[in-house]
Write a protein that binds this ligand. Structure first.
Ligand SMILES: [Ca+2]
Ligand SMILES: [Ca+2]
Length: 243
């Protein structure tokens, strides 16, 4: 019994096992803090962690209910807002240029996953591009989503896995965008609603924009590693002598 306790205590002292559980690095829920009972007010400040949400390409935004039209995945009730984007590009122009940008440092994290909810109005663009940037300046297309179930409804849990993207991890300059895009091969925006026509005043309402990851395990310094090995050797000697 004693030798097991000794070994456990020694191991705990020398070995710090890193956690591999995914955790939220930064999340936006767009809800007022403190809650004010009005979904028409909200915030672009991160609810968890830190980062900067901004509009790109001439898009404008207000706040509107995150519960309407089936609701986002936000568990908040009573004051659940979404970030309501509009003023999109004219038909046939500006694919991949208008929407929202989120700058988040991934310093200390790897195995990154981005997820978000997006409600498409009927006259909004049916296709959304997720773009990523490793320097916070130049963005490249990473994933295209299609709101193929129609408009005036939420698409929850849009997800991209960045674990295979070299340079996304541990990067203080990381950023991503969600922007409207032409339907593939057409050079035109498709309206989300069946029978609807695309219009620049269509809306995209965002909620639960989340970057998750796992903490990067610290690399032991050579001195610490030597100490660890020496400690394990001592434990082994003690255990053998007491056996
Ligand atoms: Ca509010
Ligand atoms: Ca919300």
């Amino acid at each position: 019994m004693y030798k097991h306790a000794l070994a456990a205590a020694a191991a705990a002292a020398f070995i710090h096992l890193p956690s591999t559980a995914a955790e939220v690095v930064t999340q936006w829920n767009f809800n007022s803090l403190p809650a004010d009972g009005a979904t028409g007010t909200g915030t672009t400040a991160a609810a968890i962690g830190s980062g900067t949400a901004s509009l790109v390409g001439g898009a404008t935004a207000s706040f509107a209910s995150g519960d309407a039209s089936g609701g986002s995945s936000d568990p908040a009730s009573g004051d659940d807002s979404g970030w309501n984007l509009t003023t999109f590009a004219a038909q046939g122009t500006g694919s991949g240029t208008r929407g929202a940008q989120f700058a988040v440092s991934t310093a200390g994290f790897e195995n990154l996953v981005i997820s978000f909810d997006l409600r498409h109005s009927n006259t909004s663009a049916r296709h959304e591009l997720l773009q990523i940037s490793l320097d916070g300046i130049s963005f490249s297309d990473f994933a295209l989503f299609d709101a193929d179930a129609g408009g005036d409804r939420w698409y929850t849990g849009r997800t991209v896995d960045l674990s295979a993207v070299a340079g996304a991890s541990d990067n203080a300059s990381f950023a991503f965008r969600v922007v409207s895009a032409f339907a593939p091969t057409t050079g035109q925006y498709a309206a989300t609603g069946v029978g609807s026509s695309y219009g620049t005043s269509g809306t995209w309402r965002m909620d639960m924009v989340t970057l998750s990851g796992t903490a990067i395990a610290p690399v032991p310094e050579p001195g610490a590693m030597a100490l660890l090995l020496a400690g394990l050797g001592v434990i082994g000697t003690v255990v053998r002598r007491r056996a």
